[in-house]
Design a protein around this ligand. Structure first.
Ligand SMILES: [Zn+2]
Length: 367
């Protein structure tokens, strides 16, 4: 039995932390997070950047959690340090990979195989994009736009370097792709929920809205709800969870509200990033209490409903207007599927669908 009836609480543990974790510290931190939140499941990450956690360490930590009735799955983060002197010249935001480079392609394929050997479920953290503009990428791009080039490139990477190799070493592995909180720029950096939802088994949504007024993205808090709804629509109901962290959250309500809105979007799991950031963090101490209250409300709540806001794949324009309206109390359900009947909100983003006027005409005539 989990701690809550309507969702599982999961905690993500990054490779660097796992690598230096001893069992005594792990137990002390587990007791704290279990007491103040309640842990149903963990994602253990064998790889992030320069760190690769040894198999034995992963097994020891896995045994620790299983002995306490906690489910264990795996995670990986697709960033790496320069592998050669040439790599130092590549501009790679946050250490994301150059996916035209053979060395990096081989490297990430091995990492995917390694992680799939260890776990039957693997989630990718949202550094799975590319913005590399090195000479190799310019040559490979040819006459295509960067957007078109990266869309083709990341489909190939998903099929042939990540999911394909993982399934070869572990036919039972379930692969999950987590999408970041910046939907309006997915297409520019190779993220493709329209095809990746079918390459991967499940999808996951970043709901980190943080302190909207102060932090650099200025995301309306409603996004912690609305992006999950969009992703669930986009993946035909295969969004597994939501994910937020403790960063740039002040006051404490900015942290907690990410949790409430994530829960109202009805995910199966709510993931807290990441293990050591939760320990002895005053933001986290009320979370279990608040989750209990939200859980009771969800017992009585049905399916999330709202006016469909038509936000097609690979679209941008008047970004987050649906979220600002949501903050005003208007219930919206963003979706990349033009609704069949009822009402629809069209924004500048809807215009990125060249057929939008035809669809609107049919919609009005029918209704
Ligand atoms: Zn490159």
């Amino acid at each position: 039995m989990g701690h809550f009836k309507n969702f599982k609480v999961t905690v993500y543990c990054v490779a660097e932390i796992l690598n230096r974790m001893d069992l005594k510290t792990l137990e002390e931190q587990y007791d704290f997070i279990e007491k103040y939140v309640g842990i149903d499941k963990v994602y253990l990450e064998p790889f992030r950047g320069p760190v690769l956690v040894d198999r034995n360490k992963i097994r020891t930590v896995t045994d620790f959690f299983r002995s306490r009735g906690v489910e264990v799955s795996g995670g990986m983060t697709t960033v790496c340090p320069p592998l050669t002197e040439e790599d130092r010249k590549k501009q790679r935001l946050f250490g994301t990979l150059c996916y035209t480079n053979k060395g990096m392609r081989d490297h990430i394929k091995k990492i995917s195989e390694y992680t799939a050997e260890l776990f039957d479920e693997v989630i990718l953290d949202d550094f799975y994009f590319t913005n590399c503009t090195c000479e190799e990428c310019i040559r490979a791009k040819g006459d295509r736009s960067w957007t078109d080039f990266r869309r083709d490139l990341m489909k190939d990477v998903s099929e042939n370097l990540i999911v394909g190799p993982a399934r070869k070493v572990n036919p039972n592995v379930k692969m999950i792709i987590k999408f970041p909180n910046w939907r309006e720029s997915y297409h520019a950096t190779g993220y493709r929920p329209d095809v990746e939802k079918d390459i991967f088994d499940r999808v996951y949504t970043g709901t980190e809205t943080r302190a909207s007024a102060y932090q650099d993205q200025h995301l309306p808090t409603y996004l912690s709800y609305s992006l999950v709804r969009w992703m669930d629509e986009a993946s035909d109901g295969r969004n597994q969870g939501t994910w937020f962290d403790t960063y740039q959250c002040w006051p404490v309500d900015d942290y907690l509200e990410q949790g409430y809105l994530s829960a109202f979007a009805k995910p199966e799991e709510i993931t807290l990033f990441q293990w050591t950031d939760l320990f002895e963090n005053k933001l986290v101490t009320p979370l279990g209490l608040q989750f209990k209250r939200i859980d009771r409300m969800l017992d009585k709540a049905g399916k999330p409903v709202g006016i469909p806001a038509y936000i097609p794949h690979a679209s941008e324009g008047e970004n987050h207007i649906e979220d600002f309206l949501g903050m005003q109390g208007i219930a919206l359900n963003p979706t990349p599927k033009f609704p069949e009947k009822g009402s629809v909100l069209l924004t500048e983003s809807s215009l990125c669908d060249p057929d939008v006027f035809g669809k609107l005409k049919d919609f009005l005539v029918k209704d």
